[in-house]
Ligand binder design. Structure first.
Ligand SMILES: NC(=O)C1=CN([C@@H]2O[C@H](COP(=O)(O)OP(=O)(O)OC[C@H]3O[C@@H](n4cnc5c(N)ncnc54)[C@H](OP(=O)(O)O)[C@@H]3O)[C@@H](O)[C@H]2O)[C@@H](O)CC1
Ligand SMILES: [K+]
Length: 307
């Protein structure tokens, strides 16, 4: 599901974690079922948008984000779309345990030289919202290689290395072309470096989005989508004229800052203010009408202005 009408809300990782706890405690959904749904949504997305990309490499971390990757690999292998899947384990210990349980999955031997050019698509399951420190040097080298690959990069839940709360790159981060995120959009995907690193974000809320909104009461923030802005701007009826549509006063335009004054005043006109008056330095006042004839201008020296 793409970002929907009520899904422009952004959440912190602690809100998502607490919500997950609530879901499990109240037996609304089990932990396993949630993971299964997450992997299934990713499989569907990949089959829909990347069905021709057969040779897939999945980077797997040691947390549940890594588990998402292993579950996804199983689903893709069973999808009868002739996928060739390679798992690359970041952590030796989890590689060992998965090798025992999933002996049939192909695992990249980290002693070999990694050549990403042989693959068609990268799935990033290194870290999700559990990232808790900066990425070390060794992993940074791998992430640089991933980012330089020119392949489509699908990050699961979060681009690995990106802070889910503030959009900071924690040393280094995977630069995703797509991020498939679960339950709620994360603040860090839409702020600071998150905008550059998250690519196109798709949300899968498993039909639990309305509960998340109820549970959190107030989300961390909301995306200012064009439809929200449109709702905020009142409709101007045909018969209305300038005196019926408000009057904006823009004060500013110090020496060297005349442009800012004009831009602010123009913005007021563009969002529908019937009248816009600027109050500025004397040397700027005469220039105002040359830049935007609709503006009314006054100077700071005019004593009776602010009556
Ligand atoms: N709950 C659920 O049922 C569901 C969860 N889901 C999925 O789980 C994800 C959250 O899983 P998670 O909590 O296991 O965190 P995750 O990001 O996988 O792993 C982080 C681990 O790595 C480590 N680590 C951290 N930073 C590090 C660093 N810089 N360098 C090296 N190591 C570092 C740290 O371990 P530490 O080394 O600190 O012991 C930590 O344990 C979530 O994003 C979503 O994808 C979905 O499937 C839906 C159902
Ligand atoms: K990830």
């Amino acid at each position: 599901m793409q970002v929907g009408l009520m899904n422009e809300c952004l959440f912190s990782k602690s809100q998502i974690r607490e919500f997950e706890e609530y879901l499990f405690e109240h037996e609304i959904i089990s932990n396993d079922k949630l993971k299964e749904k997450a992997a299934k949504s990713c499989e569907k997305f990949i089959l829909k948008h990347f069905s021709s990309k057969k040779n897939v490499i999945i980077f797997v971390g040691k947390g549940i984000n890594g588990e998402d990757g292993v579950l996804l690999s199983r689903l893709l292998l069973n999808s009868q779309n002739n996928y060739k899947i390679t798992l690359f384990f970041i952590d030796k210990l989890s590689e060992k345990s998965y090798k025992n349980n999933h002996a049939d999955l192909e695992v990249f031997d980290t002693c070999g030289q990694l050549d990403l050019s042989v693959f068609d698509i990268i799935i990033d399951c290194i870290f999700g919202i559990g990232l808790n420190r900066c990425i070390d040097k060794k992993l940074t080298e791998l992430i640089i290689q991933i980012n330089q690959s020119s392949l489509p990069i699908i990050s699961i839940d979060m681009p690995s290395g990106l802070n889910a709360d503030n959009g900071c790159v924690m040393g280094s981060a995977v630069k995703a072309t797509h991020t498939l995120t679960f339950l709620g959009l994360k603040f860090g995907q839409f702020t600071f470096q998150g905008l550059e690193f998250s690519g196109k974000v798709s949300l899968f809320d498993f039909g639990l989005g309305h509960l998340l909104h109820k549970f959190c009461k107030s989300p961390s923030a909301r995306l200012l989508l064009p439809k929200i802005i449109n709702e905020l701007i009142p409709y101007r009826q045909q018969h209305m004229y300038k005196n019926m549509n408000g009057h904006t006063l823009v004060i500013g335009g110090d020496t060297g800052m005349f442009g800012a004054l004009i831009l602010a005043a123009r913005s007021a006109l563009m969002i529908g203010s019937g009248l816009v008056t600027v109050l500025t330095r004397k040397k700027h006042a005469s220039l105002v009408s040359l830049h935007q004839p609709e503006l009314i201008s006054y100077t700071f020296t005019k004593k009776d202005f602010l009556y």
